[in-house]
Design a protein around this ligand. Sequence first.
Ligand SMILES: Cc1cc2nc3c(=O)[nH]c(=O)nc-3n(C[C@H](O)[C@H](O)[C@H](O)COP(=O)(O)O)c2cc1C
Length: 199
Amino acid sequence: MIKKMLSALAVFCCLSAAAEAQENVKKLPAPQTTGGIPLLEAIHNRKTTREFSAEKIDEQTLSDILYAAWGISHDGKRTIPTSQNKQNLAVYAVLPDGIWLYDAEANRLTLAGRADLKPFLNTQDFMNDAPLTLIFMGSDAKNSPMQAGAAFQNVGLYAASRGLNNVVRGWIDRDGIAKALNLKPEEVIITQTIGWPYK
Ligand SMILES: Cc1cc2nc3c(=O)[nH]c(=O)nc-3n(C[C@H](O)[C@H](O)[C@H](O)COP(=O)(O)O)c2cc1C
């Protein structure tokens, strides 16, 4: 009897550990690498729009946004150039259910924390309903900010192609964000908020 109970307990522990691991990972659909509007139109249409409805970003669009920012596209290299290919940048996605670190190689998000970043991010009213903010971080003081710039430009072009609104935001509380993510404040480079326009 005791043996049976112990093995049931072991199965339960395994299942709950697996469920917990699953809760901490979001597998993304493969990013789209063809289509969209012509590049010159996207360049022409890219702009800041500070209006975001609460409509959720679907998984495919999320995957595409992250791929545009920081995906792996060729020979293990990124959709943006990086100094000496050192790839010193990381991208977090702040979603309604947590803060997730993008893992381009595995094409998934891993949970970085569930802290409420609103006090540190929502310094402007239009942020209140926004469904997605990217945080660009990197430890190379000289090159990471340039790489973040390339990444947010790619996302801006993708947004123009997909009919999404976006704004790059430097008016944030870096200390608060860094503390929540266990980073150094100077590693928090810039953020970008993305969402659908109101219908
Ligand atoms: C590094 C950087 C930081 C920015 N920070 C903010 C910000 O904190 N809040 C905001 O509303 N817009 C911010 N912007 C957006 C600019 O105000 C916007 O790009 C500029 O007005 C030009 O408009 P456009 O993007 O439509 O060409 C930032 C842009 C950049 C590149």
